[in-house]
Design a protein around this ligand. Structure first.
Ligand code: UDP
Ligand code: MG
Length: 326
C-alpha cells in the first residue's frame, strides 16, 4: 500500500483519459505506477490522474478500487462522454506537478518513455514530445494520415507533424499557457503547437493497443479532421472568397465571348450543356461556401454559450481545481 505524504513536492502528474477501457486499465495502472514510483526520488511525489470520460463499462469501479489503496491515484469521472479533449483538459486542470504528462490509457504510449522525457524536460525543454513511427499500422490509414497532415499544414497556421499526438510532457509554464486558452472547441494538437516554448521530440516504436478497441471510426475521424482545419484560422473562408472571385472573372470572360459571338454571328440557341453545367457548378460552389461559413457560425454558437467543457459526476479530488501552481 502506497501512502502519499502531503508535504512532498509534486514532481510529476500523469493525465490519462479513459473511455470504456476496463480491459486495459489494470495493466495501465500497474505499468504506470511501477514506472513512476521508480522514477521519483525519495523527497518527491507523483500523481496519476485518470479521467473517466463517461465509460459505460467497469472503468470507474476499477479506478475507485485502485484508488482505495493508492493515494497517488486520482480519478475524475464525467457525467457522460464528453470526448478525449475534455477529458485531457479536466486532468490538466487538476494536475499539480512541476511537470505534467498526458498519455493514452491503452498502453500505446509506453510509460517506460517517461524517464527519458523527464530527463529532457529537466534540460530546460517546456514540451517534450513523443513521436511514434508507423510500424504495424495499416498502409491505407497511414497513407491517409500522411495526406491529412500535409493538407492541414497547408491550410492552417499551426504546424502538425505525422506521428505526433497527445503523448507529451509539459513544464508548468507550458501547461499554464495551455490552460489559459479556454476555448470550447479544443483541438489539442493545434493548441500544443500554438503555445510554442522550447520543445524537443523523442521518437519511439509504434505499438498496438494492449487490449480493448479503438474509439475512432470513419465519422469521428472525419469530424476531427474538419476540426483541425477550422479551429485554427479563417483560411477556408478566404478560399471561398478567392473561389468566388475566380468564378466572377471566368464567367465575365465567357460573357464577353458570348456577346461578341452574338454581335458577329447573331443569336445561336444551343447552349443547353453550358447552362446546366454553370448551374450545377456554381450551385456546388455556393453550397460548399455556405457550408464552410456554417461551420464557423456553429463554432461561434458553441463558444458564445460558454458551456463548461465537461461535468464532473464523481471524483476523489477537491471539487475546484487548484489555482495553477508555480
Ligand atoms: N478516449 C476518451 N474519450 C473518448 C474517446 C477516447 O477519453 O471519447 C481516450 C481513450 O480511452 C484512450 C485515448 O482517448 O485512452 C485514445 O483513444 P483510442 O486508443 O481509442 O485512440 P487511438 O489510439 O486508436 O487513436
Ligand atoms: Mg489507442
Amino acid at each position: 500500500m502506497t501512502r502519499q505524504d502531503e508535504s512532498l513536492p509534486m514532481l510529476l502528474s500523469v493525465v490519462v483519459p479513459c473511455y470504456n477501457e476496463e480491459s486495459v486499465i489494470p495493466m495501465t495502472y500497474r505499468a504506470l505506477s511501477d514506472e513512476l514510483s521508480a522514477l521519483v526520488s525519495d523527497g518527491e511525489d507523483y500523481e496519476m490522474i485518470f479521467v473517466n470520460d463517461g465509460s459505460k463499462d467497469g472503468t470507474l469501479s476499477q479506478l475507485k478500487s485502485f484508488a482505495q489503496n493508492d493515494t497517488h491515484l486520482k480519478y475524475i469521472s464525467f457525467s457522460r462522454n464528453f470526448g478525449k479533449e475534455s477529458a485531457m483538459l479536466a486532468g490538466l486542470r487538476y494536475a499539480t506537478g512541476q511537470y505534467t504528462a498526458i498519455m493514452d490509457a491503452d498502453l500505446q504510449h509506453p510509460p517506460e518513455l517517461l524517464a527519458q522525457m523527464l530527463r529532457e524536460a529537466r534540460k530546460g525543454y517546456d514540451q517534450v514530445i513523443a513521436q511514434r513511427d508507423r510500424t504495424g499500422d495499416k498502409a491505407l490509414s497511414s497513407f491517409f494520415a500522411r495526406m491529412y497532415y500535409r493538407l492541414v499544414d497547408r491550410l492552417t497556421d499551426v504546424v502538425l507533424t505525422d506521428g505526433i499526438g497527445d503523448f507529451r510532457l509539459l513544464s508548468r509554464k507550458a501547461l499554464n499557457a495551455l490552460l489559459s486558452m479556454n476555448e470550447y472547441n479544443r483541438f489539442s494538437k493545434g493548441l500544443f503547437s500554438w503555445i510554442g516554448f522550447k520543445e524537443t521530440v523523442i521518437t519511439y516504436r509504434n505499438r498496438q493497443r494492449a487490449a480493448g478497441e479503438t474509439k475512432w471510426n470513419f465519422r469521428s475521424l472525419l469530424r476531427y479532421g474538419v476540426d483541425g482545419v477550422l479551429s485554427f484560422n479563417d483560411k477556408p473562408l478566404r478560399f471561398c472568397l478567392y473561389l468566388g472571385a475566380a468564378a466572377i472573372v471566368v464567367s465575365g470572360l465567357y460573357l464577353c465571348s458570348l456577346l461578341l459571338s452574338i454581335l458577329f454571328d447573331g443569336i445561336d440557341l444551343p447552349g443547353y450543356f453550358t447552362t446546366i453545367f454553370a448551374i450545377c457548378f456554381f450551385g456546388g460552389v455556393q453550397l460548399v461556401s455556405v457550408g464552410i461559413i456554417g461551420e464557423y457560425v456553429g463554432r461561434i454558437y458553441y463558444e458564445v454559450k460558454r458551456r463548461p467543457h465537461y461535468l464532473v459526476d464523481e471524483t476523489n479530488l477537491p471539487i475546484n481545481p487548484p489555482p495553477s501552481t508555480k
